[in-house]
Write a new protein. Structure first.
Length: 218
């Protein structure tokens, strides 16, 4: 059974999903989780900001559409606070226990949204990320890339609009470009760009092929 592969590894495996609004991360994470579980892997799924009782409380503050007056610095630090708690409480212990951790956003969301689009700078955000995550990087980061039109169109079909969804189209365009820039640099050789305008099945297959190859080779 494939799940035994991880027991020969020192640590578990961390896979993150990144992208703008309406990229379809949630559906793909669920698909990948089901596949991995069927293969015998021990899988943990978490979303950022959130994932623990404390981090979910921070999420309520940072994403609430009531908090339109939140200062950018506050936003930066709240995302990091939620992350620090999540890594201490769940992500790092799960990796120690050789589990596969699937993350719906993590450090690169801060690099893109706060570092590159809000203009805080990548370096300072990465320093904070390293504190929050204890210098942990994903083994694979899937960028689900979708045009702003398609992404916002998908999002408009749900009633799930938070403070950041309400940003301008220009903001979302910058988010998309920032992600593509990061993926192109491909630091740590972990980025995989997926065309998220394809069908759910096509995307799931591409993701599974990559994960299967990497996990077997790990
Ligand atoms: P969420 O409803 O989870 O959005 P999505 O379904 O698009 O993932 O809200 C998360 C929002 O928070 C999203 O707009 C991106 C933003 N965000 C940051 O700006 N910085 C961060 O570090 C994280 C984790 C999220």
């Amino acid at each position: 059974m494939d799940g035994t592969i991880l027991s020969s590894m020192k640590k578990g495996y961390l896979i993150s999903f990144e992208g703008g609004e309406g990229a379809g991360k949630t559906v793909q994470i669920k698909r990948l989780r089901d596949k991995l579980v069927a293969k015998g892997f021990d899988v943990v799924v978490v979303r950022e900001p959130g994932g623990t009782v404390i981090s979910e409380q921070i999420r309520d503050v940072v994403l609430s559409s009531k908090n339109i007056g939140i200062a950018y610095t506050t936003e930066v630090l709240l995302f990091q606070a939620a992350r620090a708690q999540l890594y201490r409480e769940l992500v790092l212990p799960s990796l120690e226990a050789q589990k596969v951790v699937l993350m719906d956003r993590t450090r690169d969301s801060s690099v893109v949204y706060q570092g590159m689009v809000r203009g805080f700078g990548v370096e300072v955000i990465e320093q904070l990320n390293n504190i929050s995550t204890r210098e942990t990087y994903p083994d694979i980061t899937f960028l689900l890339d979708v045009s702003v039109e398609v992404g916002l169109g998908r999002r408009a079909q749900t009633d799930k609009m938070d403070r950041l969804d309400m940003e301008t189209k220009d903001f979302h365009q910058k988010v998309r470009e920032a992600y593509l820039t990061l993926a192109k640099k491909n630091d740590h050789k972990r980025w995989v760009v997926v065309n998220a305008e394809k069908s759910i099945d096509d995307i799931a297959e591409k993701i599974w092929k990559t994960v299967h190859t990497r996990l077997v080779q790990a």
